[in-house]
Write a protein that binds this ligand. Structure first.
Ligand SMILES: Cc1ncc(C[n+]2csc(CCOP(=O)(O)OP(=O)(O)O)c2C)c(N)n1
Length: 275
């Protein structure tokens, strides 16, 4: 059973809470992708506590910001964040991956607050670019934030969207890449190297910044300043650590698929420091 909803504006506490929720959810469901969840926890936390203009009471407001989790396999921690900000009761997280539950193992738009179903990698940025273009066309203040994974950028469809967005001057679009350097079966540099990664986004015409994806203040500073460059979309290459926050999971390939045992869960929760 999870605690009560505790929406608050402290990104550090929010990050601890969503890490703890995701650990419990994945462990109870014997599901994969905890490393993928933990690497993006701090980015998600800043987005949901400080940046995104969303109202759970009015989830279809046409002027709302949009958040698209392109790396839809990390569903657990997105659901945790949505519950924490009040889109649905935190207790519902208990249903993650259970038969008949809306909270499927890859992101589903059947879950309140989710904009689009994802999980088949490579589509989120194109969808986000379409949303950003529609907002521009309709003269709405909407900003679109798309969170991608690095291995996902092996897919050609990402680079089609990367071409499209600067061409259409989508300065209301932000791509955040969770650059944790590990994909499902190996290191990104071994499977299909992306470096020099930031230079590639720059070459495609994006206003590109590199940050420490676990530095809450730095993430907030950069995301608050968007768009820094009028007429250009922003790419934020966020250097992260897969499994961050749980020492025995950090930068370890096996935690892409492994699920924590009850003993490992207890150790992990103690490290995260939020029960
Ligand atoms: C189109 C597609 N191909 C393959 C998969 C299977 N798959 C799930 S996660 C993953 C890669 C994970 O690595 P990365 O994209 O770097 O994300 P991370 O978990 O490290 O954030 C793959 C290939 C998928 N979900 N979609």
């Amino acid at each position: 059973m999870y605690g009560d909803t505790q929406t608050n504006s402290d990104p550090a506490r929010f990050a601890r809470r969503i890490r703890a929720h995701a650990l419990r959810m994945v462990s109870a469901a014997k599901a994969s992708h905890i490393g993928s969840c933990l690497s993006m926890a701090d980015i998600l936390s800043v987005l949901f506590t400080r940046i995104l203009l969303l109202d759970p009471e009015s989830p279809r407001d046409l002027d709302r910001d949009r958040f698209v989790l392109s790396k839809g396999h990390a569903a657990a921690i997105l659901y945790a964040a949505l519950a924490e900000v009040g889109f649905f009761p935190v207790a519902m997280l208990d249903e993650f991956c259970k038969d008949g539950s809306a909270l499927t193992g890859h992101v589903s738009h059947g879950v309140p607050g989710v904009e689009v179903s994802t999980g088949s990698l490579g589509h989120g940025l194109s969808i986000s670019a379409g949303m950003a273009l529609a907002a521009k066309t309709d003269r709405r203040p909407t900003r679109v934030f798309c969170l991608l994974s690095d291995g996902e950028c092996d897919e050609g469809s990402i680079w089609e969207a990367a071409l499209f967005a600067p061409h259409h001057k989508l300065d209301n679009l932000v791509a955040i890449i969770d650059y944790n350097k590990i994909q499902s079966f190996g290191r990104v540099s071994d499977v299909l190297d992306l470096s020099p990664f930031a230079d590639k986004w720059r070459a495609f015409g994006w206003h590109t910044l590199e940050i420490d994806g676990h530095d809450l203040a730095a993430i907030e500073r950069v995301l608050t300043a968007v768009p820094e460059s009028a007429g250009r979309p922003t790419a934020l290459v966020a250097h992260t650590i897969k499994g961050q926050g749980v020492s025995f999971m950090e930068d370890r390939l096996e935690w892409h698929y492994k699920s924590p045992s009850p003993e490992q869960l207890a150790d992990a929760l103690a490290e995260v420091g939020e029960s």
